[in-house]
Each structure stands twice: as C-alpha cells, then as structure tokens.
Design a protein around this ligand. Structure first.
Ligand code: ADE
Ligand code: ZN
Ligand code: ZN
Length: 301
C-alpha cells in the first residue's frame, strides 16, 4: 500500500482522537458535516472523492475535513486565513457578496472558486480543492462565521461558558457541541452523528429537498447559506450573549437545535454539491457547466 508505519499509527491515533477523544467544533463539527455528507454520496461521487483523497484518509472524507484549519496559521498558507468567514459591518443582519466578500476573499468566494476548480478540472491540485470545499461548506453554516467585523465574529466577545472563561465564537464552534456530547451522546461523536442521520431521515426529511436545491439550478449557492447564517447569528448567537455574561443551561438548551440543524444542512449541501459535480449524467454535467458560467455564479479569485 506504500503507507509507512508512522503514517498508519498517526492516522489511527487521529481517528481515535476524533471519534472518542476531547473534541472541538473545529474537529468535531467538521467531522460530522463530512461524515453526514459521505453517507449521502451517490456511487459516482464516492468513487471520485475516494480517488482524490490522500491515502492516510483511508477513504473517509471526514478524516481530512479539518485540514484547512490546521494549516491556516502557517506562513505559507496565511493567504487562506480570510477564506474561513465573511463578516458583515457591525449590527448588519443581512449579507451582501459585494460588500462582505471583497475580491472573493471570504468563505463564499472560496466555495465558488474551489467548486469551479472541481467542475472545470482547472489545473489546480484537485485534492486541495475538494478539502477546501468540504471544510468551507462547514464554516459557512456556522452562524458566527458570518458575524460582525467589529468583534471578529464573536471572537472578541469574552464571556463564560458555565464556569469556564472563553469567547462567544468558541461557544458556537465547540462548547455547545462538547456539552451536548456529554449530556446526550455518551461523549461519543459517532453517537451524535447517528442521531443527526436519524433526524434527517425522520424529522427533517420534508425539508431536505429545499436544503439541497439552489436557485436557477446552480451547482452551489453559498450566498444563501451565508444569509441564513447572519440571520441566525443576530437572532440567536449574539442574543443575550454580551461581553462579561455567563452562558449556561438556558443558552445551551435553546441554541443546541440550531447548531445540530446547521451541521445537518452543511452535510446535506456538501453531498448535493459534490453529487452535482460528479454526476454520472454527462448531459446534466455539461448543462450544469453552462449554467455555472451563464449565471455568473462562479467567481474565480
Ligand atoms: N476572524 C475574523 N472574523 C472571523 C470569523 N467570523 N470567524 C472566524 N475567525 C474570524
Ligand atoms: Zn475553518
Ligand atoms: Zn470558527
């Protein structure tokens, strides 16, 4: 197989950590989005994705979905840092691409860009393009990745989560998920993912078709996901969560449903996008390419 022992050991340790260990949204939320997505892949999509995945992923997209977060602070990847979010001017509860995504350098611009690389198979590292699309699809669904510029999407709102000092962004990235794992899911991310798959099948099944589709049959519609996020950020994430407050049971119990729904939506939309890109129906693929260019839906950075 050509895999060194070190790589094997590293991947087994990583997977064990992901599934059972102390989890952060960075890892846990992205893992869940990609795991849900993979369970909705059509046959051709699964084959195409597996071909693009690095060997150490062991055929699991979820195993590498946090890679863009791992590299974003390295000097050579620093240009990717701003691609993880699209903040709005302070107290502005709607999102506008031209205002909030200057030169396409934000999460929605990055999704358009890397989807177009996958569709047109531009000369670019398509493995990287797949990992970026998969990761940014998770980020764009986290409401505070479309937060306010002034507080860096809640990163500068310092507060307490129960008796722990943290900030609002981290509460929405990982604290709510961590608390939910302990309280409802036997501290197991797999149990939580199974529960979300169950909710998708029996609870949200009537909503899934509208989550999947994009206006004008575009391949992907990140502006819609970002508009939903800033709306949720204003209505729920920022609400009753100012600097110096202590968030506890009330905040946790009223926001958990939103976090879970956004993870599920991210997974469904990642799968739908990749299914459209890797569709076996070449006619559909071709007309999709035309639509992409005709609609001007794709912005290349
Ligand atoms: N840095 C600045 N704004 C941010 C956001 N919304 N999410 C993550 N990091 C950020
Ligand atoms: Zn990110
Ligand atoms: Zn974040």
């Amino acid at each position: 197989m050509g895999l060194s022992l070190r790589t094997w050991v590293a991947s087994i340790l990583l997977l064990t950590h992901l599934v059972h260990g102390a989890l952060s949204w960075g890892v846990g939320g992205h893992y869940a989005v990609c795991k849900i997505a993979q369970s909705y892949f059509e046959k051709n999509t699964l084959v195409a994705v597996k071909k693009l995945l690095p060997a150490y992923a062991n055929g699991e997209l979820a195993a590498v979905c946090s890679w863009p977060d791992e590299i974003k602070r390295r000097p050579e990847w620093n240009w990717t840092y701003a691609l993880h979010y699209a903040d709005t001017p302070n107290y502005e509860c709607n999102y506008e691409y031209s205002r909030d995504c200057r030169n396409g350098k934000c999460v929605t611009g990055a999704i358009f860009n890397y989807v177009s690389h996958l569709v047109f198979q531009f000369h670019y590292n398509l493995t990287e393009a797949l990992l970026f699309v998969s990761h940014f699809m998770g980020d764009v669904h986290q409401p505070l990745h479309e937060g306010f510029k002034g507080d860096q999407g809640g990163n500068n709102v310092k507060l307490n989560w129960y008796n722990q000092e943290t900030n609002l962004h981290r509460v929405c990235d990982d604290k709510i998920i961590e608390s939910a794992l302990k309280k409802y899911y036997n501290s197991s991310l797999s149990v939580m993912i199974h529960s979300l798959l169950n909710k998708l099948e029996y609870g949200w099944s009537n909503d899934v078709p509208s989550w999947e589709s994009c206006p004008g049959h575009q391949t992907v519609c990140p502006n819609r996901y970002a508009s939903e996020s800033i709306d949720l950020a204003c209505k729920y994430a920022y609400k009753d969560a100012t600097t110096g407050t202590t968030l506890g049971d009330y905040y946790f119990l009223s926001r958990l449903y939103i976090v879970e729904k956004r993870i599920a939506q991210g997974g469904i939309r990642l799968a739908a996008t990749l299914n459209r890109i890797f569709s076996s129906n070449s006619e559909a693929r071709c007309s999709m390419k035309l639509r992409l260019s005709c609609n001007g839906g794709i912005k290349v950075m």
